[in-house]
Ligand binder design. Sequence first.
Ligand code: ATP
Ligand code: MG
Length: 399
Amino acid sequence: MPTRLDAWEGRLDRLMAAVPYVLLAVSTALFLLTGSHSADYRLVTLGLAVLTAGWVALMTRWPALYIAGLVILIAALSSRGIWFASFFAFTGYLHSWQLLRGMWRFVGVAATAAISIVAYGGGPPEPTPTAILSYLFFVAAIVALVGLFSFVGDVTAERSAERKRMVSQLEATMRENAGLHAQLLIQAREAGVLDERQRMAGEIHDTLAQGLTGIITQLQAATHAREGGEWQRHIDNATRLARESLAEARRSVHAVAPGPLESARLPDALAEVASAWSNLHGVRADLTTTGTVRPMHPEVEVTVLRTAQEALANVAKHAEATRVGLTLSYMDDLVTLDVRDDGAGFDPERAKDGGGFGLTSMRRRVSRLAGTLEIESEPGAGTAISASLPAILRESPSA
Ligand SMILES: Nc1ncnc2c1ncn2[C@@H]1O[C@H](COP(=O)(O)OP(=O)(O)OP(=O)(O)O)[C@@H](O)[C@H]1O
Ligand SMILES: [Mg+2]
């Protein structure tokens, strides 16, 4: 983006390019207006000035040749009129410094200075040591001054170029950062959407789908019931399941802890879930708790509870077991839940490709908390599901 400084710099460059011509014009005008030279002398000098202007305009592409010619032209002009040494000679310093490199800059400046001083002195110095020494001193002084000023100018220009480079680098970095930022935002949003979708899928599976499965089972049992008491029991079960599922679905929409965990500690909530399941399905389910019971982070407790619910739902659906054992263990840095049944068992490798969502969702929940899930099962030899979670303590000590 061009700044006001850039505009000024452009203007300054154009001004510097015009300087030699302006100086030449001023020198020539003063030469023509003052002194009492013959018309021929003036005409030759004017021709020389025009030649010099052409040289400056055309030859700057070959620096060494150009400066050599320029110095000769300055000498010729200065010998014809002092005004050229006073004004136009400045071009010799300017262009020597601008166009030459290294030591050659000083050579160009020194040559220009030598000519100017000869012109001012009205000829070369007398061949006395004093005259030659003072002549050399003046040349050296001019070279030193021009060198000093130009050096300061160069440093300033270098600094400003560096600053400009830094600014454009910074701009590029900022643009890049803005792009990265946008990309990160999109990725974060996508990850958030995916996460939330997985969470909702898990919740729907664990609340509504499980509830509906239970309700269907109870209604089917009711249709086959022979006596009114049994029929009524199944209908009551179905109604209770429907109410519970509705409540759980509402809780999961609001991301509230599952009902059983609301007021009870995890072992009590698990015992409640196990005994309700046992009553419903007529299969014995025992809970054993080992280690020191500590209140865990809600996410950990919810994951343990949901794992137990899905494991029990699977036992009811697939195992035809006669007994289920749940073990909840509190260790130093782990909380583990084992659910074992003595039912039909299955091939876990095959179940991976199956259409079921329960085990997948279970695994996802556990690994979201950096835990591990192991499934041991064999057709005919029962099933053991084991979830290990990091023992992250609940923050507030009140629970
Ligand atoms: N305790 C178990 N006993 C016997 N087989 C089981 C047991 N648990 C799981 N399985 C087998 O593993 C498969 C996958 O279980 P998963 O819970 O993922 O799906 P699902 O129960 O079939 O369906 P969903 O849970 O999505 O309603 C089941 O279809 C079943 O064959
Ligand atoms: Mg299942």
